[in-house]
Each structure stands twice: as structure tokens, then as C-alpha cells.
Design a protein around this ligand. Structure first.
Ligand code: EPS
Length: 361
């Protein structure tokens, strides 16, 4: 089975390459009756898009969504929802020099090893361009989660290289090109990113994603645990090298007495569990932290080989992100929303008759 789909009841399949005529997706299993219009995709697609500041790739795509099926008179019908975005600003000549080369740290080499053929233009299928469709599909998932359960899925950048927030304010996050939660540091971060970009190098990032108001009970032990599926979904994003749920790797050094989230009739006294116990949501906020590696397309020369195995020096020109994590907040939110909606539908299918359980913390 090829693996371009995610989900069990709500199944998203994406297709397309960075420099092909279009990218697209089919979202199947979506409940009928959800109101959706092409304009509603704009906000999140703009949040993810390249070319919105000097700190991202300067490719300028319109990212105009065409709804091809599954929506009638502005409402989902229950039929597969097909969305299409035409690529309008691909510049394939940027890739002519490296078409026979492997960029160190890039999927170039492993795609070649696996398939014996690759579309080198813009990274082809391995390009971050594909994430556009995840974000588009998740606009529907986010809307359903919010309307039905009051769930809000939000993310922010929690670290860029060694640079960490000094304070945290959700209101600051959407007011700067970095999804940065501390307004007073934005100018400094701007300088930091300018220096990275001018040096020709790249830098990694940590992103945090939080879903509030997730009801207790979502997640399917054993192999469909909510945390397992979240981790898998996040790891499917380009450049992701690590995922933590709740306290994550800090759990290694915590004592049990410290890690456990004490319970009172008024609620839990902490959230080291990241809102998930035994693979099932506890009713607390679901929290996830994601590590993005520094982008591998660099204009700094690096040693590599070409398709004949000859030693070469690779230099990548063209339009690239000095920190791909800076555009990834809506992508991480999208993956969390898609996983949550799928789990909600699965919970409804199996446990819809269970009814209200007390106590509710
Ligand atoms: C990308 C390389 C660049 C980015 C692209 C991701 O592509 P190009 O060389 O075609 O400009 O612009 O990102 C997008 C186009 C996007 O929409 O996210 C890569 O190698 O992943």
C-alpha cells in the first residue's frame, strides 16, 4: 500500500509535486452539512505561505483553492472533498545544476535510492509545498472541531536555534512573521534571522501546538493511541526530527512524584501528560512540541556525490527558507486538527452509546 493518505474515518490523501502543474488533496469521510467556501482557506494558507516576509523563501504562490467536489451550495455533502491549487511560480531552472547531485541532509538521496527516479524540481514530492494541502484540508477539520466541541488548535514557535522566548502571550503570536509569543523580542529575532540568512546558513526551530477543550476519551489503544497518531502525523511533516507529548523528554529526569498530574475534584494540578493518559485524551489540553531541523538547501558549499558516485561540491542557489520552522505553525496545527477530528469520529463510531461518565475533571 502506498502511503500518501492519513486517517481511518477522515482520510486525507494528497498529491502533486512542487513544480508540477498543481497540488491537491482528497478529504474523504467528512460529515455532511459543514459550511465551507473557497475564501475560508485563505487565512491559514497565507499563514503558511512563502514570500510573506524576507525571512522565508521568496516564491510567490497565489494558493487559490478550487473546490472540485464534495461541496454543494456551500455545504459538505459527505462525498469526497477534492481541493486543487495550481502552481503558478515554479522556477525549475534553479534546479538544473543539482539535478544530478545530492544535497547533503536532503531527501534527494533517499528518494533516488528508493524509487530509482526523482523529480528534482523544487524537491518534487519531498518539497514543503505539499504541506499546503494539509493546511487546506485542516481548515475544514478545525472548523468542525470548533463548532462541535469548542476545540481550538493553536501553535507558536517556541525556539529558533538557541533563541528562546522571554515571555509568553498568545496575543503576540499572530502579530509577527515568526509566530513568536514575546513581542518585545521580535526586533532581536529579526536581526538574528537576518544574520542567519546573510551567512547562507540555516537554523532549526521548536514549535509547540496546543488543543484546548478536547473531551476525555479520544484515542484508540493499543495501536491507535492519540499520542502515537499525533507523533506519526507530526513526523510526517518535512524536516521534523523530533516530537514530544506533554513533558516529553523531560520525563526522563523527573521523579514520578513530580511527573504525575495530581487530581482534585476541581481538576488536574499539572499537565505533564500533555492531556493524554494511556493513549486516550484526559480532558486536559493536548500539548505537543515539534523539532524542525535546519533546512538543507544551502548556498554554503558542502561535500557530496553525484548520481554516478563521483565526489562533488554542492551549492544550492534559488529560493529557500533559512528556517523552515518559521512557516510550520499552521502545518503542525493542521496535523493536530486532522488527527483529532479522525479520532473524534472513531470515538463516536465505537463509543457513541457510552454516554456521560463522571467524574469530569
Ligand atoms: C522548498 C523549496 C522552495 C520553497 C518551497 C519548499 O521551492 P522553490 O525552489 O520551488 O521556490 O519555496 O516552498 C514552497 C513552495 C511552499 O509553498 O511551501 C523545498 O525544498 O522544500
Amino acid at each position: 500500500m502506498s502511503m500518501n493518505s492519513i486517517g481511518r474515518i477522515l482520510v486525507l490523501t494528497t498529491f502533486g509535486e512542487s513544480h508540477g502543474p498543481a497540488i491537491g488533496c482528497v478529504l474523504d469521510g467528512c460529515p455532511p452539512g459543514i459550511e465551507i467556501s473557497p475564501e475560508e482557506f485563505r487565512h491559514d494558507l497565507d499563514r503558511r505561505a512563502t514570500g510573506k516576509s524576507r525571512h522565508t523563501s521568496q516564491r510567490h504562490e497565489e494558493d487559490a483553492v478550487e473546490i472540485l467536489s464534495g461541496v454543494f451550495e456551500g455545504k459538505t455533502t459527505g462525498a469526497p472533498i477534492a481541493l486543487l491549487i495550481r502552481n503558478t511560480d515554479a522556477r525549475s531552472k534553479d534546479y538544473a545544476n543539482i539535478a544530478q547531485q545530492f544535497r547533503p541532509g536532503h531527501a534527494d538521496y533517499t528518494y533516488w535510492q528508493k524509487y530509482g527516479i526523482r523529480d528534482p524540481r523544487g524537491g518534487g514530492r519531498s518539497s514543503a509545498r505539499e504541506t499546503t494541502m494539509r493546511v487546506a484540508a485542516a481548515v475544514i477539520a478545525k472548523k468542525w472541531l470548533l463548532q462541535k466541541y469548542g476545540i481550538q488548535v493553536r501553535g507558536y514557535v517556541a525556539q529558533v536555534g538557541d533563541f528562546k522566548p522571554k515571555a509568553f502571550d498568545w496575543n503576540a503570536v499572530e502579530d509577527n512573521p515568526f509566530f513568536w509569543p514575546c513581542a518585545e523580542q521580535v526586533a532581536e529575532l529579526e536581526q538574528f534571522m537576518d544574520a542567519v540568512r546573510k551567512s547562507g546558513d540555516s537554523v532549526g526551530a521548536r514549535l509547540n501546538v496546543v488543543a484546548d477543550n478536547v473531551p476525555a476519551g479520544w484515542g484508540e489503544p493499543i495501536y491507535g493511541k492519540l499520542d502515537a497518531e499525533l507523533a506519526s502525523a507530526m513526523m510526517s511533516i518535512n524536516a521534523v526530527k523530533g516530537v514530544e507529548i506533554g513533558a516529553g523528554f523531560e520525563s526522563v529526569t523527573q521523579k514520578g512524584s513530580e511527573h504525575r498530574d495530581l487530581m482534585t475534584p476541581e481538576g488536574f494540578l499539572g499537565n505533564n501528560a500533555g492531556g493524554i493518559l494511556g493513549g486516550i485524551s484526559s480532558g486536559q489540553a493536548v500539548t505537543c512540541s515539534v523539532a524542525f531541523k535546519p533546512t538543507s538547501s544551502l548556498r554554503l558549499p558542502g561535500t557530496s556525490v553525484d548520481v554516478n558516485g563521483s565526489p562533488i561540491e554542492v551549492v544550492t542557489t534559488g529560493r529557500h527558507d533559512p528556517c523552515v520552522g518559521l512557516r510550520a505553525t499552521p502545518i503542525c496545527e493542521a496535523m493536530m486538527a486532522l488527527v483529532l477530528m479522525d479520532q473524534a469520529l472513531r470515538h463516536r463510531a465505537q463509543c457513541g452509546d457510552v454516554g456521560e461518565i463522571s467524574p469530569k475533571l
